[in-house]
Design a protein. Sequence first.
Length: 292
Amino acid sequence: MKGLKKIALVAAIAAAPLAANAELQAMNDTAMGDVTGQAGVTIELETKVSIGQFKYTDEGSFAVNDIVLGGAGVTADGAAAGYGDLLDQLKIDIDVLDDGDAKIHVSTLDGAPIDWGLEIGSMELLAGSTGSDSTTLISNLSGYGNLAQLDIQVDTATDHLNLVAAFDVTDMDFDVEFMGVGIRDLTISGAGGNFDYDGDGSVMAADADGEFGLAPTSQEAQVLAGFANVNLDIYKGAGLGASTATDVLRIDVNNVYMDVTIGAVEIGGTSIGSLAIDNLAVTDTKLAVYGH
């Protein structure tokens, strides 16, 4: 060990004249860009998340219990379909553009949609300190599906966060306990080949541009590929209409397009039939959220 210390000391002494005579030059912005941050940051991720309870408290409380988020295999139906329980193969690209905007793009390492699974034991309303009552709103929620697109952009010119997602729900079951209603085999998908997505009077036929893994030529192509589409803007703004509220949380729903089916609606444990919503479109919807 003493010999190694002596060798290190001799090496340092020998290098000192070289360092003293070296010419130090400041790097300009262009050179710095070539060294750091030129192509952004990529994060590869696999995970499974469990939360015992999430609780929001005002005077009373709203609690969500026994949350599990992971791959489709966290649910019994997803596991039976052959999925694993990890939310995996995720690739997250983060770029800061020349104008200062930040872009986050979530895709997959293998080019397939991201399978996800969610289980929630219960959602409850709880009385505050003056009472002991509670109401279970939803229980036994279990669902899985696929995420085909998730893009997030922060625009520095408008201070808006824009979120675009394309997804589906392959199967979801839950009980609405306070109403005695059970929902079985709920699915959410794209609006299919019979929907004029952008309102121009024409219906696009699904083609290779709409398949996941290739760059879609339009939002319409994404929906026709079988995935529901959501586009939101989130920012700080004023209240709606005659409201005098300022600096509120604004959520503008630019569009939501999907088909929804429910395989069975149960009352008292007995099915009373199924439901289907075809070509659901939610557009030009605005929310202003603030305390009172």
